[in-house]
Write a protein of this length. Sequence first.
Length: 455
Amino acid sequence: MTTFPADFVWGTATASYQIEGAVAEDGRRPSTWDTFARTPGKVWNGDTGDVACDHYHRFAEDVAIMADLGVDAYRFSVAWPRVVPEGTGAVNQAGLDFYRRVAETCLEHGVQPYVTLYHWDLPQPLEDAGGWLSRSTAEAFAEYARITHEALGDVIGSWITLNEPWCSALLGYAAGVHAPGQQLGTRSLEAAHHLLLGHGLAVQAMRADGGEAPLGITLNLHAVRAASDSEADLEAARRYDGLGNRLFLDPLLRGAYPEDVLADTGTTEWFAERSDDLATIAEPIDFIGINYYSAHTVAAPEDGRFSDPSLPTPTPGSERVVTVDTGAEKTQMGWEIHPDGLVDVLAQVHALAPGLPLYVTENGSAWPDEVGPDGRVEDEDRRRYLEAHLEACREAVARGLPLKGYFCWSLLDNFEWAFGYDRRFGIVRVDYETQQRTVKRSGEFYRDFVARERG
Ligand SMILES: N#[N+]C[C@@H]1[C@@H](O)[C@H](O)[C@@H](O)[C@@H]2O[C@H]12
């Protein structure tokens, strides 16, 4: 059986708004998710990240749990509204100091800090000025990145600029199910462009600041399969792969947008007017992070008729593309379980950028956990999902794909965006009433797997 390289990185991942709480403490100002969560009907049960897992006050305990699990690295995100509370202008030293404490505590426990600079909590004043539909937000992001990199570069092991720009753009500005809750159809591709431009400007700013830490970006890639080899279904798969994957992979790794996607969405001219940005977007990076959860089998709508391409294309799975239920087991999110799809997306990126190091920066599953009379959580479903995807990572390594690490999503149960606290992804349970942490069976499995693979 293939063994993982000795330097393979085993980690866990979280995000600021999902775990920190303390949303108005020590100078933090509102983000778009503070606003969105307070908008009636947007988040399950009216849940907010006001308290979440109280990680802002309990981070030392959480780092100690990671050390006990034996992980090498902790991927967490810096909240922009803690560091530059208004998005631009004044820097909040208390915010920088908090993240320095988190990073130093990690290092004291032998855990490498990996930072994501943007995991969706955009300072509200920037959204009020246009958000990611505005080019100025890309420029503001680069300045925030420079500030944070300059302040924390001595304690951060790796930097990820953006987490899942697809979600920020397509769910935030088209489907409207994420902050800021806009339903602007294909204008969401303008947000995608400004997110990618912000990424490139941030990479340039951090490189100019010096430092040796690797710089990368994290994308949620969709393993896409056509329901049949009919022309209509293959066309549906092309559309889904285009809007879900190539809209981001191509500019980042090929320096060009996919012409078919721009044609599908009637945005060719808009992007042509901004072609000078592509060199910045394609600024060389040191790794790509891939968040993988599921594979999607897609087909053309029953009648085979595609609606007018100029109509809004909120997200893949809109009226042009339907997702087919293959009968595979699903998680509580309704996502089909296809571990082999992880190898497929790793191979897809490798084909575009041979040799570029790859990390699985998120992989995990939500299940309705039960706490036993002994207080334990025997989450066998989550353990099984985890094991299957770790073995998929082993297969990727065996095939010679440059997979360098795996971060389990998530260390803790946390605020699951529009699902609030109804969905638990943690390998460590959080009792939101008491904030007690309990390592689940899946967490024990991950600990034992890592120890065994490390030899
Ligand atoms: N849903 N879901 C779980 C998980 C979400 O909690 C993360 O914040 C995102 O980066 C990504 O969507 C994946």
